[in-house]
Design a protein around this ligand. Structure first.
Ligand code: PLP
Length: 445
């Protein structure tokens, strides 16, 4: 066998050669509407000239310097701009290359924060089932994604998990508001059972991304999480790798709840995919403790603060502002949610949810009982393939959000340049895919 790029040994993919706005084109000239921005990445659309020009100009000046030896202007300017985007008090920025690097680094900085304050026993992170924080051992240990954890279970760190705020299938069999946000209260119970002296941080995606796309907690959820964390000297890490830089219609997703976290991780849309880029943004409280303590951190990688990638980040943030794309994400997101909600007229559509440009559609065998399809029916895969046949790209949500194994859903997270017409094309394609699946479904499903 010859040389091969490997990702999934069982599949072959269309070869994409060009992109413009919300569209991608393959080698055969076929057009795809990219309704997931790659994978919640391409927020400003493909082929933006301003970003390409900025990259070229920076490459001509200098593409790389080592952050351990030199500072560079794009990194300094990007840190300043990101601090303007972030909640008040969060202006210390570490620039990295990807989401897993960011969450892994956030985890280690949470440990270091407590170490610097003489609390070495705080060595565990609480997270939620039905979550994804990355694929390195530390970040996978925080992730509640059962399918990806299984193979490496013996190597994963022992981090406790609580239930997600998944109201459509409340893990406590209750409904909002009479539930009194039992899912948030479970954080306090878990901290108490585990022993607050052992818990360094709680990490959560403000709106769930790939594991149960679009699941959005009730208004009291994060304020209560913040209170519980403060009470037990536990840091709150908002993993905004997907929800950051505008995807939910606000600069950062957590702003919808009026809560300021201690650490924010962000990646994906920060560079809109034009270069690998991520950031960890620290609250003054965390930064101050480290500066007052050892005054040092070893959290860095070869490509941290890469001048070319930071130039891209700056150009993307500028483009988002100049074209008011965060506002557009809020506006078109609202329209898209309405249009997708109309799909509930099909008996296999159980739930439609989301905020801004991060939405999900969950499929069920029975709308009344919410009974899921057996995994072998492959409903998610069939819907995604059906939409692709109509020229629209969506991504399969990870199965397993119900019980670790079952659950069908799709993720829809378009570029912020999406128009009403793009939304209609997307909804039309999903509709056709649903109708096709309904025709093909085995009678027993
Ligand atoms: N955190 C969240 C919320 C994510 O959705 C992802 C990736 O999908 C990651 C972390 C990991 O990011 P990366 O794939 O860039 O390592």
């Amino acid at each position: 066998m010859g040389a091969q790029v490997f990702r999934d040994f069982t599949k072959s993919y269309p070869v994409i050669v060009r992109g413009k706005g919300p569209y991608l084109y393959d080698r055969e000239g076929r057009e795809y509407l990219d309704a997931v921005g790659g994978i919640s990445v391409v927020n400003i659309g493909h082929g933006v000239e301003e970003v390409i020009a900025a990259m070229r100009a920076q490459a001509e000046r200098v593409a790389f310097v080592h952050g351990g030896a030199f500072a560079n202007e794009p990194a300094m300017a990007l840190a300043e701009e990101l601090a303007r985007w972030a909640p008040a008090g969060m202006d210390k920025v570490l620039l990295l290359s990807g989401g897993s690097e960011a969450t892994e680094t956030a985890m280690k900085l949470a440990f270091q924060y407590h170490l610097e304050r003489g609390k070495a026993s705080k060595y565990r992170i609480i997270s939620r089932w039905t979550s994804y924080h990355g694929n390195t051992i530390g970040s996978l240990s925080m992730s509640g994604r059962t399918a990806w954890r299984r193979l490496f279970a013996p190597q994963l760190l022992h981090f406790p998990k609580i239930h997600p705020p998944y109201c459509y299938r409340c893990p406590y069999g209750q409904s909002y508001p009479s539930c009194k946000i039992a899912c948030a209260e479970d954080l306090e119970r878990t901290i108490t059972f585990e022993g607050p002296e052992s818990i360094a941080a709680f990490i959560a995606e403000p709106v769930i991304g790939t594991s149960a796309a679009g699941v959005t907690p009730p208004p009291e959820y994060y304020p209560r999480v913040r209170e519980i964390c403060d009470k037990h000297d536990v840091l709150f890490i908002a993993d905004e790798v997907i929800t950051g830089v505008g995807r939910t219609g606000r600069n950062f997703g957590i702003e919808h709840w009026g809560v300021v976290p201690d650490i924010i991780t962000t990646a994906k849309g920060l560079s809109s995919g034009y270069a690998p880029l991520a950031a960890v943004i620290l609250h003054e409280k965390v930064y101050g403790a480290i500066v007052k303590g050892s005054g040092q951190t070893t959290q860095g990688f070869t490509f941290s603060g890469h001048p070319l990638c930071c130039t891209v980040g700056l150009a993307v943030l500028k483009y988002l502002k100049e074209h008011q794309l965060v506002e557009n994400a809020a506006r078109i997101g609202k329209f898209m949610l309405e249009r997708l909600t109309s799909l509930k007229r099909f008996p296999i559509v159980g739930d439609v949810r989301g905020l801004g440009m991060l939405q999900g559609v969950e499929f069920v065998a029975d709308q009344a009982t919410k009974r899921p399809f057996p995994a072998e029916v492959g409903v998610t895969r069939r819907i995604v393939e059906g939409a692709l046949a109509e020229g629209v790209m969506i991504v399969p949500g990870m199965s397993g959000m119900i019980d670790g194994a079952l659950g069908d859903h799709i993720q829809i997270s378009p570029p912020f340049v999406f128009t009403e017409a793009n939304v209609e094309q997307l909804v039309g394609a999903v509709e056709k895919a649903i109708q096709k699946v309904m025709r093909e479904l085995p009678a027993r499903a």
